[in-house]
Design a protein around this ligand. Structure first.
Ligand SMILES: [Zn+2]
Length: 245
């Protein structure tokens, strides 16, 4: 039997009985918003949590049967449907760890046979769980603070923020660094980490070297966003790149 890198069945082996996507049931086209799995010997398997999280729902419903929904933070949710009656081991509010048993595979709710329906919802939208189970896709975590990333890059390039450090807030210390950091008058290979941020933003090869190509791309980008097109990445350009208001 096939095995997932991030299984939702304790024994690990599984067979996909119905994948994510459009399917025809009783002549009707329907969207299947999850993946249907059976384990080794169909019902002989425990259902386990896909990832760490907090139980949001653990109850019975006519269609989903005995089911559990877990909140993994940052808008990521997973659900485990059609569990065996009386097998749920968690309740709403419980903290769960990846691999923790949630219940037992069953055939409760609107089903034709025992299986686990597993689905993943990201930011209000169901996505194909297969790549997540296989481990080729992962839940996105909170967006990193762009200013903090920039401050850390500046520190790595030898700058200092003596009073506030890398606090993720744009202030006078940042402006002072931004004035010196990457500029056409100081075409330099020195500020490698900051230059990489610039190159990412203006869409040129990211090699950390502020050469002619980068400078031209900066000028083009500055025209596009309505800044003074001088090829100098000063405070105004940095604010635009980092999304500082
Ligand atoms: Zn299903």
């Amino acid at each position: 039997m096939a095995k997932y890198k991030n299984p939702v069945l304790k024994k690990g082996g599984h067979k996909v009985t119905s994948p994510f996507g459009m399917r025809t049931i009783w002549g009707k086209k329907q969207m299947h918003n999850g993946i249907d799995l059976v384990g080794e010997g169909a019902t002989l398997d425990y259902i386990i949590a896909f990832s760490d999280g907090v139980v949001k729902i653990s109850k019975y419903s006519l269609t989903a049967g005995e089911y559990v929904q877990i909140d993994h933070g940052n808008g990521n949710y997973t659900r485990y449907l059609h569990m065996k009656k009386g097998s749920r081991t968690v309740k709403a509010g419980d903290k769960v760890l990846k691999g923790q048993v949630l219940g037992y595979m069953g055939a409760t709710g609107n089903v034709t046979g025992a299986h686990l329906h597993f689905d993943i919802n990201i930011g209000g939208k169901y996505v194909d769980p297969a790549p997540y189970l296989e481990g080729t896709k992962v839940f996105e975590t909170e967006k990193p603070n762009a200013v903090k990333q920039w401050q850390l890059a500046a520190i790595a390039d030898g700058f200092k923020f003596p009073k506030f450090g890398a606090d993720g807030k744009w202030g006078n210390e940042c402006i002072a660094v931004a004035k010196k950091a990457v500029c056409k008058k100081r075409v330099t290979y020195k500020y490698k980490n900051l230059t990489k941020i610039v190159q990412n933003a203006v869409g040129v090869t990211v090699d950390g070297k502020f050469g002619k190509d980068t400078k031209n791309a900066v000028i083009k980008w500055q025209k596009l966003v309505g800044l003074k097109a001088d090829g100098c990445v000063g405070p105004e350009s940095w604010k635009k790149i980092l999304g500082v208001k």
